[in-house]
Structure formats: structure tokens, C-alpha cells
Design a protein around this ligand. Structure first.
Ligand code: PLP
Length: 397
């Protein structure tokens, strides 16, 4: 455990609007004027604080939101992007070149898996997938070409918890960067405090929390974040996944309530997962003592945010999984939809949807069966009532 208090870091940020507004003003501009031509040349060469050139490069609202997320993660800086995938692809392409290798956890978000497995080989970048809960296997996969060790702090969809301090140790030992996707556990886990070099998020999920937009962020050391927006070599500047300032503004406002929401997501999930498990259903949730990394998580977490808002029920077959989800939608437990971290409960069967990019054989190996239903608990006021609703649905399957 550590003494890092991410919510206090966010709370202490003060941004005023143009006329003393209590929220910062949105700059409704793609481009920015200069009083002296020489200053414009300078900004092309290096970042100058408070000086803006063009909105794909930086704009004030994206700076505010980036700074707030950097405070939350305890990194020197951050850079917001138009999606979580943009954050991941830009961070990786900034670090890796042709000939380099990545050692990645084998249980990761399907899109990231497809990017590593199918897309990066076109550019001569090879990925080895390993059981990242086994440090010997991680070490054995590293070669002198490895530049990145990649994992999710709590993995999608299997909810494996990464042993970040030990992975960080290995990364240091072999001179590679530990890149961690912290989408499932904002505030709950602070990967950078535990030794990660780069932290990425899909802000589409818990950070924004209202299922109304797609966004991402890369967090890291100042030099690394500056390199992303370098006009000659920066992945963000050149690939251009810019986040719109209006969206940045709304995400920043939602970030202000993230600590309240995370606690409610977690306590709801713990209540319902515990009860369903006691009823004899096969439930995977890091908050259950039988979860293989339950103890580990308790050594890594920022305790007040609990064990997270996601759990899985194994319904054994695809038909039963689908039946349960349809019943839960009909009875308004939530929505049958991909994505997570919303105020409303969302559920999907990852085997046939968000993880379908992973070949069947590999899905079997990691325990990703077709009968799994992933539930992202919403902010329901009365989790016992929701549990009773789910129990009734389960009795009908
Ligand atoms: C959703 C998700 C992503 C991708 O983010 P988008 O915002 O949809 O591009 C990446 N990693 C994880 C763990 C996710 O859940």
C-alpha cells in the first residue's frame, strides 16, 4: 500500500473561466494567433507553456484535462487522445520501431490484442503473448529486442490483477518500458506509483462514466509526453487522434465526481458478486477471497475505491449466457451493450464480442469461455434490489 491520494490531487486543481467562471472556458478554435511571427517559430521547435499553435498539437482544454489526469496518475504529464485505442497505438508507436519486440499479457482488450497480433507485424514489430501473472514466463519471453512489457492493471475481460511492482522490476532489469492500461481501475490502482513508465486509459469507460463519448489518454514522463506532440516525429501530432475541446470539457467535469462513482461501482459489485457466489454461481471478481489475485490486489490498491465495478458470471454455454442477458435487459437490470464504466449497468458476452479477435484456442487457454457474461455494475442506489432482480433472471435460465 502507498500514501498516494489521487482524488485529493484532482480536488486541489483550480481552473477558472475567462470571466471568473468556475469551469475553465472552452476555446472554440482550431488555430491560434501570434502577435510576433518569431514566437510562432519558437512554438514549432518546442512546447512553450500557455502558448498554443494549432488544436491538433495542443489546445487549452486538452491541456487542463491532461494535467488533471496526470495528477490522478501521479505522472509528470499526460496527453489526451480521441479514443483509448489512439492512446495505446500512439504510445506504442512512439516507443517501438521496426525490429523491436513487445512482451504482452495474453489477457488484454481485444482491440489491443488485434493491434499487436495483426497490425504491428506489418511494420516489423513482433509481440509475444505470455501469462503475465507468471514472472518467469515474462522474463523468458524477453529478448534483446524487447522494448515494451505491456499489461492491463485489471485485465479485460478475465479480471486478472497485474503484479505491477514485479513487472516494473523486470522492465528495469531488461531496460524496457512497462506500459499499463489502467482503464478498469482509475483511482483504485496507481500504476505509475507502482513503477509503470507509461499509463494509458480508455476514458470512454469509468473516467467519463456516462457512455456519451469515446476518448483516451497517455500518461508518463514529461519528455515522453512532449515527444508525442513533436511536429517532426510525434505519433500524436502526425497520426492526429485529437480530442475535441468540447468533449475534453465535459470529461473534465465528469472526472470531478470519479472518486464518488468508483466507490459506488465497487461496493455494488462486491455486494452482488458475493451474494451470487454464495448462491453457488461461478463468479469471477477480484473482491472474492477465492480470486487468485485477491491478496495481491490488497497490496497494490488505493483501498478506499474497493475491488472495482466489473465481475463475470460463467453460464457454461453461449445459449444460457445470451438468455440471461436478454432477461436482464427486459427486467431493466441494465443494457446488453459492449463497453463499461457507465452509470447504468452494462453487460455483454466477451467471448463473442469484445474479445472475439482472440482465436478460439487461445481463448480456451486463458479460460475465456463462451458462457461468460461480463457485468459492469452501474451506480444503482440499492444493490440488494439489483441482486434480487438478477437472481430472478438466473432462476429463469
Ligand atoms: C475499451 C477499452 C479500450 C479501447 O478504448 P476505446 O476508447 O474504445 O478506443 C482499451 N483498453 C481497455 C481495457 C478497454 O476496456
Amino acid at each position: 500500500m502507498n500514501n498516494f491520494k489521487p482524488a485529493d490531487q484532482i480536488q486541489d486543481l483550480q481552473y477558472f473561466g475567462e470571466f471568473g467562471g468556475v469551469n475553465p472556458s472552452i476555446t472554440d478554435s482550431s488555430t491560434f494567433t501570434f502577435l510576433q511571427a518569431g514566437k510562432m517559430e519558437e512554438v514549432f521547435e518546442k512546447e512553450i507553456e500557455g502558448c498554443y499553435l494549432y488544436s491538433r498539437h495542443w489546445n487549452p482544454m486538452n491541456r487542463y484535462l491532461s494535467q488533471a489526469i496526470a495528477k490522478m496518475e501521479g505522472t509528470e504529464n499526460a496527453s489526451v487522445t480521441g479514443s483509448g485505442m489512439a492512446a495505446i497505438t500512439n504510445a506504442i508507436l512512439q516507443i517501438c520501431s521496426a525490429g523491436d519486440e513487445i512482451v504482452s499479457s495474453r489477457t488484454i482488450y481485444g482491440g489491443t490484442y488485434a493491434f499487436f497480433k495483426n497490425f504491428l507485424p506489418r511494420f516489423g514489430i513482433k509481440t509475444t503473448f505470455v501469462d503475465s501473472t507468471n514472472m518467469d514466463k515474462v522474463k523468458a519471453a524477453i529478448t534483446n529486442k524487447t522494448k515494451v512489457i505491456y499489461c492491463e492493471s485489471i485485465s479485460n475481460p478475465m479480471l486478472e490483477v497485474a503484479d505491477l511492482p514485479n513487472l516494473a522490476k523486470i522492465a528495469k532489469q531488461f531496460n524496457c518500458k512497462l506500459v499499463v492500461d489502467n482503464t478498469f481501475s482509475p483511482l483504485m490502482i496507481s500504476p505509475s506509483i507502482l513503477g509503470a513508465d507509461v499509463v494509458v486509459h480508455s476514458m470512454t469507460k469509468f473516467i467519463n462514466g456516462s457512455s456519451d463519448c469515446v476518448a483516451g489518454v497517455v500518461c508518463g514522463k514529461k519528455d515522453f509526453i512532449d515527444s508525442l506532440s513533436d511536429v517532426n516525429n510525434g505519433a500524436s501530432m502526425l497520426l492526429g487522434p485529437v480530442l475535441d475541446s468540447f468533449r475534453s470539457a465535459s470529461i473534465l467535469k465528469n472526472l470531478r465526481t470519479l472518486h464518488v462513482r468508483m466507490k459506488q461501482h465497487s461496493s455494488n459489485a462486491l455486494h452482488i458478486a458475493t451474494k451470487l457466489s454464495e448462491d453457488g454461481h461461478k463468479v469471477i471478481y477480484p473482491g472474492l477471497p477465492k480470486h487468485p489475485q485477491h491478496q495481491l490486489l490488497k497490496t497494490l490498491w488505493n483501498e478506499e475505491y474497493g475491488f472495482g465495478g466489473l465481475f463475470l458470471i460463467d453460464m457454461k454455454t453461449k445459449e444460457r449466457a445470451n438468455h440471461l442477458m436478454e432477461l436482464m435487459q427486459e427486467s431493466n437490470v441494465g443494457y446488453l451493450a459492449v463497453s463499461l464504466g457507465s452509470y447504468k449497468t452494462l453487460f455483454s458476452a466477451p467471448g463473442g464480442s469484445t474479445s472475439s479477435e482472440i482465436p478460439e484456442e487461445e481463448r480456451k487457454e486463458i479460460g475465456l469461455s463462451e458462457g461468460l457474461v461480463r457485468i459492469s455494475m452501474g451506480l444503482d442506489n440499492n444493490p440488494e434490489r439489483t441482486y434480487q432482480m438478477i437472481k430472478k433472471c438466473l432462476s429463469l435460465v
